[in-house]
Design a binder for this molecule. Sequence first.
Ligand code: NAP
Ligand code: BGC
Ligand code: ZN
Length: 352
Amino acid sequence: MKAIAVHRGETTPRVVDVPRPTPNVGEVLVRTLRVGIDGTDHEVIEGNHGGYPAGADRQILGHEAVGVVEDPGDSAFAEGDLVVPTVRRPPGDSNPYFERGEPDMAPDGMYVERGIAGADGYMAAYFTSPPEFLVRVPDSFAAFGFLVEPLSNAEKALEHAVSARSAFDWQSESALLGNGPLGLLTVALLQNSFDRVYCLGRRDRPDATIDIIEKLGATYVDSRETPVPAVPDAHEGMDFVFEATGYAKHAFECIDALAPNGVAALLGIPENWTFELDGGRLHREIVLQNKALIGSVNSHVPHFEAAADSLVSFPDWFVDALITDVNPPEQVARAFERRDETIKSVVEFATK
Ligand code: NAP
Ligand code: BGC
Ligand code: ZN
């Protein structure tokens, strides 16, 4: 079967022919429909994040997938069910994080991530998985169900941020985000619960991401003209910042962008970058203004379920506007090309 992999010493993914996987006892065989590409995939390919499966000279990419159950084995799934796989798996034997259903909270070494860190991903005509790592989604999700995974990361971060403000009457009116696909999905998510949503980018008009931001009712902010701490808001700062650019300075600049009692969730994965900052002042600001900074990574089944519910609530036009490029596996080079007009690029192995 066809798969898309990156090889050691290379930074360009290519199509490879690999044997169709045979499910182990208890596993489900899934026929892949679509696999999305995100900023993390590019970081993996460039060698800035994740790593190869132990002893392997190549890694099959892809962690945002939707597929159809081909062989349910003895699971509760039925042939033909549409499913989305979660990303983390135990590194060999299970461990307490997996046993209590919180692999997203596991520290390094206690998990592998399919398509990212230490395990092959889903960018192949078929994949196998234990059933507890598959989430059933409605049949209508065949074309966009792979968006459940990135949106689930946002659901988790929002849940943690809100929990970090749960000890008092938090006024959560305004929010600020980045404009990659993760940021845009989160703009759609936050439009329902925040009065004012600002989305940061560095794009000139006309631009499809700016169109989506504005059509969702949010405000575009050009970071080249308005640095993060200066983003205007009548409420004197942001109650919530969702950092999804991976631009390392934003992680610290957002402390000044926050309103008193605000919380920032950091999701972007930056490259190593050493720079100076006024640590004492920022530390004081966090303490004296009751601000919170949280990091958030990955997600698990409840976040996937919340994401599937949220996707249904988004405006009808949204997923079509987000998914700009659908490529067969043979067009792997085009699928991974970073063009200004590309928002979400997808590899399509089959249709339902
Ligand atoms: P992406 O496609 O790389 O998008 C990043 C966006 O940030 C791009 O639109 C980029 O703008 C913008 N950006 C970068 N630097 C900027 C700056 N200085 N000012 C304004 N905008 C800036 O990535 P993604 O898929 O949306 O994901 C975003 C980040 O989150 C990545 O680092 C990814 O690895 C990470 N991530 C983390 C999790 C988690 O669980 N923590 C989950 C998913 C993704 P241009 O396109 O104009 O360059
Ligand atoms: C994935 C997460 C993963 C994170 C860190 C994100 O792009 O969507 O599932 O945990 O990268 O590797
Ligand atoms: Zn991702």
